[in-house]
Design a protein around this ligand. Structure first.
Ligand code: ARG
Length: 456
């Protein structure tokens, strides 16, 4: 019997159905159903014989799904209905007992949170691999000088190791964000029923243990309406993808002939269909462009959830395609970033010569004045005058004559030339977290410690 006198309109069916995408929840759905039926037997809600039959049936359905033998029917609305339909075909009407003390509302929330937790762990492992690669690269290029930039204008020289480690810490925070996502999703929704709880004395803690959750959701209304775990995953993914886009953008710039700082391996580049000389850093370009797609999924889901009354609403079905596409995109781009960095080569000479001109020493000259009691603001102005004077005459700072110097910056003397001669403005950045080598080496030690912590 059905409550409905008419069959669904095909257009409604097409709109309402989620099976074309939520089949990806199948492994989680089978796992949760097995745990659920075992719990039902343990609590005396179904007989052990029935539970064993249902479990065997679920195993058979799982095997069909794994082997690509599962046949969908046109009226399978979603993966939950499809699995139960097939289960009942295999084991007979006893299959109908599986849905005792459960609603699709707590069931789907449980599948989705299980998916999120699995993929948050996958993202952490992939981030860890990327972080390891960055540390290894930083170690291989510890004292390679390069220009550091602000506004994409040469600003102050830094070591390549220092620049690469900047990404390490960004990805370290992404790793922490996925850790938060795991910590905040450690509550099992299953057992909430449709929204109010169920009419059976279920053992939710037993279920939580079986499905790898620390505890159970406190409130059945919250449990079936909650999708925070998807928002948390998407937020962490969007930030990580944004970091990947920055890394990709720099590799694109640095691979250009204008920069000539690096070359990606052939395995991560493509040629041109018309210009035989070209080698394009496509992987880096795609890292750059995939980020907004992931961020859009986050914004999109905020749009779906905002203003939704409690509890379950069909709108929530719209969480899945966003989540799946975000995790696919993130996992692919993290793997691509790691692979690309493993094969990258840097051009020491090009970087060094770009870092060699004297103008980045301007801050150091200003600081020399500060050491002589000139307020920094004033020193900044004096050196700006010197730089302008030198630029107008096509000179390097060290080519400014002693006479010119006494006029433009009377506080300066031979120490000025000594400073420029020494060219020590990398090693002078000795403050904690700065680019001087001893500081970079400390940083590498901390990075190693962070790697150990992140793998715990
Ligand atoms: N396909 C649905 C979804 O993704 C499953 C839950 C349906 N629940 C309901 N009460 N109609 O959200």
């Amino acid at each position: 019997m059905s409550r409905f006198a008419e069959p669904p309109d095909p257009v409604f069916q097409a709109l309402n159905s989620s099976i074309s995408f939520d089949h990806r929840l199948a492994p989680y759905d089978i796992e949760q159903s097995r745990a659920h039926v075992r719990m039902l037997a343990g609590a005396g809600i179904v007989s052990s014989d029935d539970a064993a039959t249902i479990e065997r049936g679920l195993e058979a359905v799982g095997a069909e799904l794994d082997g690509g033998l599962f046949e969908l029917r046109a009226d399978d609305e979603d993966i939950h209905m499809a699995i139960e339909r097939r289960l009942t075909e295999i084991v007979g009407p006893v299959g109908g007992k599986l849905h005792t003390a459960r609603s699709r509302n707590d069931q789907v929330a449980t599948d989705v949170v299980m998916y999120v937790r699995h993929h948050a762990r996958t993202a952490r492992a992939a981030l860890h691999a990327l972080m390891r690669t960055l540390v290894a690269l930083a170690e291989r290029h510890e004292d390679w000088a390069m220009p550091g930039y602000t506004h994409l204008q040469r600003a102050q020289p830094v070591y390549l190791s220092h620049h690469l480690l900047a990404y390490f810490w960004k990805f370290r925070r992404d790793h922490l964000r996925f850790g938060f996502c795991l910590a905040a999703s450690d509550e099992l929704p299953l057992g909430a029923g449709a929204l109010a709880g169920v009419n059976f004395d279920t053992d939710r803690h037993e279920l939580a243990r079986a499905l790898g959750f620390g505890t159970v959701a406190e409130n059945s209304i919250d449990a079936v309406s909650n999708r925070d775990f998807v928002l948390d995953y998407l937020a962490a993914a969007a930030t990580a993808a944004t970091h990947l886009s920055q890394l990709g953008a720099e590799i694109v710039l640095w691979s250009s002939q204008e920069f000539g700082f690096c070359e990606v391996s052939d395995a991560f580049a493509s040629g041109s269909s018309i210009m035989p000389q070209k080698k394009n850093p496509d992987a880096a370009e795609l890292l750059r462009s995939k980020a907004p797609r992931v961020a859009a999924h986050l914004i999109g889901l905020h749009g779906v959830i905002h203003g939704l009354p409690l509890t379950y609403n069909k709108d929530l079905q719209e969480d899945k395609e966003r989540l799946f596409d975000a995790s696919d995109t993130l996992e692919l781009t993290l793997a691509a970033a790691t692979g690309m960095l493993e094969g990258i080569s840097f051009q020491r000479e090009r970087m060094a010569s770009a870092a060699a001109d004297e103008f980045p020493a301007a801050t150091d000259v200003a600081d020399l004045l500060v050491g002589r009691g000139v307020p920094f603001r004033e020193a900044h102005g004096v050196v700006a005058g010197l730089v302008r004077h030198a630029l107008e005459r096509g000179k390097q700072l060290s080519e400014v004559t002693a006479e010119e110097l006494s006029e433009l910056a009377p506080q300066l003397d031979a120490a000025y030339y000594a400073l420029l001669e020494e060219g020590a403005w990398l090693e002078s950045k000795r403050s904690e977290g700065g680019t001087a080598l001893p500081r970079v080496r400390e940083q590498l030690e901390r990075a190693h410690a962070a790697l150990v912590e992140a793998s715990a």
